[in-house]
Design a protein around this ligand. Structure first.
Ligand SMILES: *[C@@H]1O[C@H](CO)[C@@H](O)[C@H](O)[C@H]1NC(C)=O
Ligand SMILES: *[C@@H]1O[C@H](CO)[C@@H](O)[C@H](O)[C@H]1NC(C)=O
Ligand SMILES: *[C@@H]1O[C@H](CO)[C@@H](O)[C@H](O)[C@H]1NC(C)=O
Ligand SMILES: *[C@@H]1O[C@H](CO)[C@@H](O)[C@H](O)[C@H]1NC(C)=O
Ligand SMILES: *[C@@H]1O[C@H](CO)[C@@H](O)[C@H](O)[C@H]1NC(C)=O
Ligand SMILES: *[C@@H]1O[C@H](CO)[C@@H](O)[C@H](O)[C@H]1NC(C)=O
Ligand SMILES: *[C@@H]1O[C@H](CO)[C@@H](O)[C@H](O)[C@H]1NC(C)=O
Ligand SMILES: *[C@@H]1O[C@H](CO)[C@@H](O)[C@H](O)[C@H]1NC(C)=O
Ligand SMILES: *[C@@H]1O[C@H](CO)[C@@H](O)[C@H](O)[C@H]1NC(C)=O
Length: 489
């Protein structure tokens, strides 16, 4: 009867879904965020390349095993990304457990300001929310790079304020553990700017490199700026050697020996001017502030407005402007393990040929809760061998979700920053929930205790993806062209 049909539909859904998630090409994007947490590289938002917003808007790559950049298996999390599509935001790993993604700043699709909202994504439970943060927030920060220190303090310098239409050079600290804002010193800080490079150094200084201000232009790299997080002071540091030309929208990472900064890509020395590939990669020795071009193989086309993350031995460069998917991959891997020569690679290899080290160690403190994908695998196995109760419950929550969604669809309006303020929580139902029979009610944690929150249950991480995308695209297509016009600043 119905149950069997539902069962089959469920199975088909899962299979289709697997295909969708694993092989669906991602839209080209830039000005997104890229954050490594627990062997997952999370990508959020960004501006599209003729398409706005790029789809999906929230996904990750599992980097706990080797992968090839020709066959990137992205896992879609768009379902829980219940925030308007946006670009030019900043994301950092933080929180008490060091496993929460903090997202701040940027601008939204309808020019709505998202500036004063901090979004957190709890990667252990897949919960997205907008927590209350005490203290006075910045006036908004678009196009900044945020960095975190060893104590969970996130530093947000400069940026553009959408509200005031000004470039700023103020320095704010977002305490990712206590959830508070603090405005600290901008005395001797670099002039107001966006799209600089920033790295937290082992000596607890933050280095700031390059950037842009439409009233001034692109900033030179013959000096860099150091913010001392211990005593809240700024200094300007001259640089030497083969000083790179002025540039912005670069990415920067610390070298594996902690002695150098590696910068890649960007535009300059004038607005939107492409940088010759041969001049797109530089190293800054932070002992003597000497710049040099490292020995490296043939450089790919230069990317700007991309994001780089250090993972194991690789500078992992994600998306950006300046390449096409016909000729290049969305991810570039620069093996920086050998200081005598950096090597461009297409395969991300862990453990360097050591078959034993291929099995990824479980990081200390890892929750024993199943991760979303192992949940998915469990759901499949469970469905095939059996518990009809489990299936019924899952279907129940699915239809509950559908019904809710339907009611939502009818008002047909995109989320506005107004209703985001209601602290939406999306809880992903899991095997665990089903087994515990608490499938419908999300058990609120301390942070959920306000009343005006909307709670939605979704059967699995990604199951309803295509449907959701449809709903989103209805909303966004109308605004696409307008938004696209504003893209280049
Ligand atoms: C966004 O704001 C700009 C002016 O700042 C305006 O030209 C544009 O039409 C707006 N776009 C949307 C989608 O409202
Ligand atoms: C932060 O402090 C600086 C002074 O250091 C001040 O100029 C600026 O207006 C403050 N920003 C906000 C948003 O209060
Ligand atoms: C987070 O992890 C980093 C290492 O990845 C560590 O240096 C830092 O102290 C941790 N932060 C907190 C607040 O535990
Ligand atoms: C966070 O709050 C606790 C308790 O209120 C306090 O002891 C601690 O110093 C705060 N941490 C920071 C970094 O402000
Ligand atoms: C801050 O610390 C740095 C490095 O330790 C030191 O050189 C500088 O004098 C200190 N500044 C102040 C105002 O204490
Ligand atoms: C960086 O500078 C230090 C101090 O001058 C020097 O000892 C070291 O060899 C330099 N490293 C590189 C890679 O040039
Ligand atoms: C394998 O790992 C061991 C221990 O980490 C290391 O000593 C050895 O050099 C590695 N072998 C290869 C081929 O990388
Ligand atoms: C792994 O082994 C292969 C062949 O044995 C070799 O060509 C390759 O360079 C090795 N890779 C690393 C990272 O050592
Ligand atoms: C990531 O990949 C590893 C190794 O293949 C696997 O054990 C793990 O379950 C995967 N995690 C997720 C969340 O997909």
């Amino acid at each position: 009867m119905g149950l069997l049909n539902n069962f089959l539909i469920y199975i088909i859904f899962l299979i289709l879904f697997q295909l969708l998630v694993e092989v669906k090409p991602q839209d080209l994007r830039n000005s997104h965020t890229a954050t490594l947490i627990d062997n997952k590289l999370y990508i959020i938002g960004g501006a599209g390349d003729g398409k706005y917003p790029p789809s999906p808007t929230f996904f990750y790559l599992n980097v706990s095993d080797s992968f090839d950049t020709n066959e990137l298996k992205w896992h879609d999390l768009t379902n829980i990304n219940n925030i308007p599509p946006f670009k030019y935001a900043a994301a950092t790993k933080g929180g008490a457990n060091n496993k929460t993604l903090f997202l701040y700043g940027g601008i939204g699709l309808n020019n709505e300001s998202l500036n004063n909202l901090v979004y957190t994504f709890d990667t252990q439970n897949n919960i997205l929310l907008t927590p209350t943060v005490t203290g006075i927030p910045p006036n908004g920060k678009v196009s900044i790079t945020s960095v975190i220190d060893y104590n969970g303090l996130i530093y947000l310098f400069g940026g553009h304020s959408k509200e005031l239409n000004i470039y700023t050079n103020d320095m704010f600290i977002l305490d990712s553990i206590n959830l508070s804002w603090k405005n600290v010193s901008s005395i001797n800080a670099p002039s107001p700017r966006v799209e600089y490079g920033a790295v937290f150094l082992p000596n607890k200084n933050i280095i700031y490199i390059g950037g842009y201000n439409e009233n001034v232009g692109v900033f030179a790299l013959n000096e860099v700026y150091l913010y001392n997080t211990i005593n809240d002071t700024w200094t300007t540091q001259k640089t030497y050697g083969s000083i790179p030309s002025a540039r912005y929208s670069i990415s920067s990472v610390l070298s594996l020996d902690n002695q150098k900064i590696i910068i890649y890509g960007g535009y300059g020395p004038t607005l939107l001017q492409s940088i010759n590939p041969e001049n797109s990669l530089y190293v800054l020795n932070i002992s003597n502030f000497n710049w040099y071009i490292p020995k490296v193989g043939k450089m790919p086309p230069t990317r700007a407005f991309h994001k780089s993350v250090l993972i194991e031995n690789y500078m992992v460069i994600t998306f950006g402007k300046g390449y096409t998917q016909e000729t290049d991959k969305d991810i570039l891997l620069l093996d920086i393990s050998n200081d005598n020569e950096y090597i461009w690679k297409t395969s991300f290899d862990l453990g360097k040929n050591n078959s034993t080290s291929k099995t990824s160690p479980i990081p200390p403190g890892t929750s024993i809760l199943p991760s979303p994908d192992s949940e998915k695998a469990n759901i499949i196995i469970g469905a095939i061998i059996g518990s009809t109760i489990g299936i019924a419950v899952t279907l129940g929550s699915f239809f509950l979700y559908k019904r809710k969604k339907h009611t939502k669809k009818q008002d047909g309006k995109p989320s506005t920053s107004q209703n985001i303020k209601d602290d939406k929580i999306l809880h992903i139902s899991s095997e665990k929930d089903n087994n515990n029979d608490n499938e419908i009610l999300h058990i609120p944690s301390e942070k959920d205790s306000n009343n005006d929150k909307e709670i939605l249950l979704i059967p699995s991480t990604t199951q309803l993806n295509s449907e959701k995308n449809e709903a989103i695209s209805e909303v966004i297509v109308q605004n696409a062209q307008n938004a696209q016009k504003n893209e280049a600043k």
